[in-house]
Ligand binder design. Sequence first.
Ligand SMILES: Cc1cc2nc3c(=O)[nH]c(=O)nc-3n(C[C@H](O)[C@H](O)[C@H](O)COP(=O)(O)OP(=O)(O)OC[C@H]3O[C@@H](n4cnc5c(N)ncnc54)[C@H](O)[C@@H]3O)c2cc1C
Length: 454
Amino acid sequence: MNVAIIGAGLAGLACGCELADAGHRVTLLERRPWAGGKAYSFVDDETGGTVDNGQHIFMTCTTAYIDFLRRIGTLHLTKRQRRLRVAVFDAQGRRSDLAAVPLPPPLHLLPSFATYRHLSLADRARVARGVTAITRVSPDRRNDFDDVTFGDWLRGNGQSESVVRDFWDLIVVPALNCRSDDASAAQALFLFHEGFLASAESAAVGVPMAGLSQLHAEPAVRYIESRGGQLVTRSAIEIIDVRDGRVEAIVTAAGERLVFDAYIAALPPAQLLGVLPESSRAQPPFSSLNVIRMSPIVNLHLWFDRPVLGIDFAAFAGSDLQWAFNRTRIAGAEDSGEEHLVLSQSAADRYADLDKAQLLDLLMPQLRRALPAARSSHLMRSVLIKEPDATFVPSPGLRRPGAATPIENLFLAGAYTDTGWPATMESAVRSGIQAARTVAAWSPQTHPAPVTVA
Ligand SMILES: Cc1cc2nc3c(=O)[nH]c(=O)nc-3n(C[C@H](O)[C@H](O)[C@H](O)COP(=O)(O)OP(=O)(O)OC[C@H]3O[C@@H](n4cnc5c(N)ncnc54)[C@H](O)[C@@H]3O)c2cc1C
């Protein structure tokens, strides 16, 4: 089959690899000059170093993503923990680690939690009660809690306002890119079941050592090309031309009409709605796409003249800081004597209108307080990257579409589709593979497509 994949983000790339492996002829159409979508890297003019548009991490439980890296031959470009260990610094620079030990969950987190100094003994007891409540919800009952927020669910299970803010949001905000009060309880329960409580290893963190474009986009495109497919960049699709319940052609911004047997829209929901005809937009599942809210992530890259963090990454409690990643150390370049740190701020609505100077004014004093080694350091350079529509918000009651659509030869992929996973690389890869398999199971022979390209 000749298959068009519109959008060369991770979902489109994973879909393309799967279809190319199954012997289909894949054409990836991407509006930007490069592939990678929400996960790409570029070379910083001044330092000559590689900079990601946003720090990305994965966990051992994200098996489809790990398999994808294995498939395109780049898993060795990641650094992976065996078991979870995160250093958490409070506003005064006191460190306490959350770490898993080889015990059955939830006992694997107990030893570090027992000595976790950023919560009082009473609050730790509350969290333990919350964890017990999470383990009591069986995975097949999670969806019973899809209409309430995780914040309300936590309060209903004995968690105080301060514990929701200082403990649960420490995990929920970076993982779901929204606060507990904005997330569906079902989605957050999924996160804790699959990520933190599945096994002693499931929450171990992996980080890319190379830039995201070297890790995903470039090798995935090579993989597809070596199997007869192609990537066409600067090719924005403006119209999906639907007649009599099937796609007849897609039309590029340059006015070219392209005809394929099947079409996979691997686009974010707003962009998909923008290219569909009005009559389709009113139809389920498309009609519910306009309620999907997107949430921003802000990354502040900081180049210091000396090591200030000294470990691969850390989280912060009790300040505006969320997570810091030591790109120099992760890339194995700590001998340089300098340190490239990335401050990653999720659910970043409050930073949307701040420029780099304002953000530095807000965060640098807090960073210098929280990391004693930063106090005497010199900040040599900084770069701010804002991704306003980084991920979708897993709001209560959200209906996510599957791969098949009422339009016979149109299929959907994208992190926002119904994979069960939050807006992650895992969800994007799963959605791509799901769409590829749905297309492969569908036969154009029974519904022959016109073979003209006009
Ligand atoms: C700053 C940031 C940090 C993140 N951190 C993490 C993390 O730590 N861990 C994690 O797992 N996930 C993280 N994510 C989320 C993850 O990157 C996304 O869920 C995933 O990359 C989405 O992939 P996608 O293919 O579904 O969508 P996208 O990446 O949005 O791909 C859609 C593609 O379609 C293209 N396109 C749009 N319109 C058109 C058109 N009309 N014609 C042709 N092409 C078009 C776009 O240019 C894009 O390339 C992060 C995201 C961001 C932005």
